[in-house]
Ligand binder design. Sequence first.
Ligand code: GSH
Length: 261
Amino acid sequence: MGLELYLDLLSQPCRSIYIFARSNNIPFEFKHVELFKDSVLGRRPAGASGAEQPRAGPSNSEGAAKVSLLKKVPALKDGDFTLAECTAILLYLTRKYNTPDHWYPSDIQKRAQVDEYLSWHHANIRANAPKTMWIKVLIPLFTGQPLPAEKLQEVMEGLSTSLKQFEERFLQDKAFIIGSEISLADLVAIVELMQPVGVGCDIFEDRPRLMEWRRRVEEAVGKELFFQAHEMILNIKELSNIQIDPQLKEHLAPVLMKMLK
Ligand SMILES: N[C@@H](CCC(=O)N[C@@H](CS)C(=O)NCC(=O)O)C(=O)O
């Protein structure tokens, strides 16, 4: 049995793995999980086998729940071996498929810079950027009520602080986070920063240095792949038409509200 990746491309960590695997020609079976329909993975009965393309087939949520010990996506299955957590999955893929050195350099100082960014990312960019989607899309969808404008402003302020640090401390005047070549750090960062863009908060608009970096990342992975991976998030407004399982709604509405406190 070959490599299986359980992904929903609405999810940022899933997109980083998808882009990484595709841009490195790593063969894998795309197991599509429909996060917002099936979330809290495994609540629904499984569909048939995996789809090759995003949204091309039934959801694999139950499969993902078995594969991921954390019951989240992304999840990886490689024969009998299973793995959760985006960073661990990306590192596994670099080692197993011996991908080009620039992704996770053998030079220990450059590698340490990738590690440094990945450590910082979770408590900063990742802690702030997704809240824009909760406020603009998920909370109204699950609770039926819009959130007060001040809440969005508060979230945007937190995100601005993280972006300032990202530009000044990590990016500086380099082409990519660790210098002249793209690494896992840039990939993990860009997918997260596309989440606000998808919900109409274009954080690149007034940040030319960040915009230039985004262009370089798009070119490094290939624009076509980049936009294919981001197609769903860039069309997220379509989500407002989906029917949500009432049980799921009941479960997630208070969870989403609590996340914003
Ligand atoms: N730290 C994990 C985060 C994984 C995660 O939060 N996944 C979300 C989607 S972005 C999920 O599966 N949520 C489903 C749920 O909580 O029910 C990683 O980096 O992979």
